[in-house]
Design a binder for this molecule. Structure first.
Ligand SMILES: [Zn+2]
Length: 358
């Protein structure tokens, strides 16, 4: 990794809300390797170092596409439903152990189907994901950790129109299983996706869109104005356009910020100059997210440590941000309100600060 972190452990026990995390980029390295052995898939190298290089980005990627290629290599283990369930269970357990209380986990059903190499239907893959989530929640409970998990279906624009229509039909058919739809992938000319997003909107579902991560700031406004997005994935380039910045702020559009991801994809060059500082001081509704942590060789607590060490964020910033993340979550209101009282209220914040050796 091209930056050093010292205080990750300190932030592991902070209660967290995570809204932007891709299942495909979360599969722990050890599980990827073990599943290669179990399923008889040839490894991409003969040593651990060579394999790690294939599945984990060790330094900034050349571009976003390079980062996506790393993630694609790990997803090869989706050839068996059992591996999908195992990965989902482990992801949820690990999140719970770093005190994530509410997780919105997203995956792209046609991408998973493609990686299954025709062996598992999208329905069965969804069942395998849900089984893994239930198992992870139950294992976490055995260790005294509470976690609530909700699924978002991602439409990966790069897979083309047929794939997008497929995921739109799938998510509308299974709307009880997903809390929202996400559009991700190359962001150019976002307005051309309006027919897909209109269908989701008309079905009464919530929408979040990756925008202004690597592309023009204006895309974030297009996502809101034309594509019904309530939240923006990343949105970091918005700091370079005062009008769009103001538009998002006035419309109280939530930004799903993923600091380490932006450094790994090279969209932000220096941690201390991450736009999150400006968003935070300008009163934006924000969340802190890990995006594709296994792919980056990190965990969500590393993002907190990074913001603490490089941008001066402390417990009061994190509690405030998590309260706004909870508010912006697509989870049911009763769950959000109970979680707020139990872990994220101002009283709980005071308690946490008092009980934590700072
Ligand atoms: Zn993302």
């Amino acid at each position: 990794m091209h930056f050093q972190l010292h205080s990750t452990d300190k932030w592991r026990n902070l209660p967290k809300v995570e809204l932007h995390c891709h299942f495909e980029g979360c599969i722990p390295y050890e599980i990827i390797i073990d599943e290669h052995h179990r399923q008889g898939i040839p490894l991409p190298g003969s040593t651990d170092a060579e394999c790690r290089k294939a599945f984990v980005l060790e330094k900034p990627a050349k571009n976003l596409e390079d980062a996506i290629a790393t993630l694609e290599r790990g997803a090869i283990i989706f050839g068996e439903a059992r591996a999908i369930t195992r990965a989902a269970s482990e992801i949820v357990l690990r999140k719970a152990l770093e005190n994530v209380k509410l997780l919105e986990l997203r995956y792209c059903p046609p991408f998973m189907e493609r990686k299954c190499r025709g062996k598992i239907s999208m329905e069965d893959a969804l069942g395998a994901v849900q089984k893994g989530i239930a198992s992870g929640i139950s294992k976490a409970r055995e260790q005294g950790k509470e976690i609530h998990v909700y699924l978002i279906a991602s439409g990966l624009a790069v897979l083309g129109s047929d794939s997008l229509q497929k995921v739109v039909d799938f998510v509308i058919k299974h709307r009880q299983d997903f809390v929202a739809f996400d559009l991700c992938g190359p962001e150019e000319d976002l307005s051309r996706y309006d027919t897909f997003l209109n269908q989701i909107y008309d079905a009464g579902m919530d929408i979040t869109i990756h925008a202004a991560e690597s592309s023009e700031p204006m895309n974030a406004q297009i996502a809101v104005e034309k594509l019904h997005a309530k939240r923006i994935g990343h949105g970091i380039k918005v700091v370079y356009n005062a009008a769009v910045f103001e538009y998002l702020r006035q419309h109280m559009i939530h930004l799903e910020i993923s600091p380490i991801s932006n450094l790994c994809t090279g969209e932000v060059k220096v941690a201390s100059e991450h736009p999150v500082t400006k968003f935070n001081s300008s009163g934006f509704s924000l969340s802190i997210n890990s995006d594709d942590p296994a792919c980056f060789g990190t965990c969500l607590s590393d993002d907190y440590a990074l913001l603490h060490e490089n941008c001066g964020f402390g417990a009061s910033d994190f509690f405030r941000i998590n309260r706004s993340a909870l508010k912006a979550s697509f989870a049911p209101e009763d769950v959000k309100s109970t979680l707020c009282k139990t872990y994220f209220s101002e009283e709980k914040e005071k308690e946490w600060v008092l009980n934590t050796d700072r």
